[in-house]
Every structure is written in C-alpha cells, then in structure tokens.
Design a protein around this ligand. Sequence first.
Ligand SMILES: C[S@@+](CC[C@H](N)C(=O)[O-])C[C@H]1O[C@@H](n2cnc3c(N)ncnc32)[C@H](O)[C@@H]1O
Length: 226
Amino acid sequence: MLAFGDAAVAEGRPQVPMTEVRESMTAEQRSSLAHLHERRSSPAWLFFRRFLAHPLRLASILESSPSLSRLVAKQISCDPDDYVVELGAGTGPITRALLAAGVAPDRLIAVEIDAQMAGFLRQRFPGVTVIEEDALALKDAIPPEALNKIGAVVCGVPISLLPAAQQRDLVDVMLSLLPPGRGFLAYTHRLTSPLPADALGLAGERRAFTLLNLPPASVWAFREST
Ligand SMILES: C[S@@+](CC[C@H](N)C(=O)[O-])C[C@H]1O[C@@H](n2cnc3c(N)ncnc32)[C@H](O)[C@@H]1O
C-alpha cells in the first residue's frame, strides 16, 4: 500500500510532509483523526478483527462484558500469594476485572494463543505475565516460580466447542496446575454446562449468570468428582 508521500511521488505531484498536513488541520479534524485512531486500537475492535480471522477460536464477536468479568473475578478465592492463571485472555476484560478485584499483577498469568492479542495484553497490563501459547501446551510454559503455587484457574478458551479428546486434555492441564481437590472456573454463553461433567469425571455447578452480556453468560465451577 502506498503511503501519503509515496502516492504523491508515484503521481508526479510534489510531496506534502505529514507534519504539515497535521498542522493545517482544524481542531475538529484532528479530534476526528484521534477518535478514529482510538477506535482502531480499542480492545473491542481488535477482538472483532481477530474473530474474523479465527471465528471458532474466539467463538464470539464481542469480548466479555464488565458484568460477566466482575462475576468471574468474584468467584476467585485463593491466598493472595497464590498465582491466578487465566486461559484465553483475549483482549483482557477478565484480566482487568481480576486486577480490580485485588489479584496482584505479579500473581496473574494470562495465557493467549493469538499473537496480536498477546501483544495487546502485554501493553495493556504491564506487570502481568502474558504467555503466548496454546493452553493445551501450557504445562511447559508456566514460569517455574509459579509451579505448585497456583490457586485458581479461569478458563476463557471456548472449551465447549473443542472435540471431546481436547476437552479431556485441557481439563487435565487445568487440574494438573492446581492443588489436589481444587477446581477451575469456566464461563460460557451456553444455557447448559460447557462440559460433559459426568463423562469427564467432574462435578460442575453454575455459580453465576448475567443477562448483561451479549449473549447472556454463566460462570461454572468444576472439580474432580469424588
Ligand atoms: C471467548 S474468547 C474470550 C476472550 C476474553 N477472555 C473475554 O472474556 O473476552 C476466547 C479466547 O481464547 C483464546 N483461545 C482459543 N483457543 C485457545 C488455546 N488453545 N489456547 C489459548 N488461548 C486460546 C482465543 O484466542 C480468545 O482470545
């Protein structure tokens, strides 16, 4: 694609430096340009663009709402020294809610398979450990200092859409990160459980529901059934 100056050269016109262009703009034009730039670098816009690139991996055209994000964060109960692992952090609405709920940035590990969103998370949340990785391969990517000190796992990967074998593998990864007996959280747009709990040897319960998300969503907690 030709930049402004290159286009002028290609058409044999004299070049106008961008600084001069900006200086000659009215305040209103500058504000519209800033507004456009803000929109194009907003989390919602990035989420939508990545959805177009990987619809099944994102499974939603919109990031989670503040209401759903707060409900997820409210369900976290672990020692303040424990690490919290968030799988499928996307553009970070749940990450933000976890931080707002008191999880320290250096105790939060956000995992995201998409390089653009992982880069966005790093910029948006300095201090949070962002791992660009497939959650299924996470065990080897967890920083050694966090191993055996993880108190909560939140699954934002659309686990209900995975084939049965991958659901099993992801459940195993999540349970292997946690102390024995501790369960993980998953949020879903489904009206029913996002996982076939019985088949996976899990006990699951819906902990919260909100209409203030598009589509409405629930937070589930799963643990190994005894
Ligand atoms: C439904 S979106 C949730 C995003 C964000 N947490 C939110 O609530 O808006 C699912 C996210 O999981 C990521 N994802 C999908 N499969 C993944 C995998 N195997 N490993 C890590 N991240 C994955 C997607 O790229 C996407 O960002």
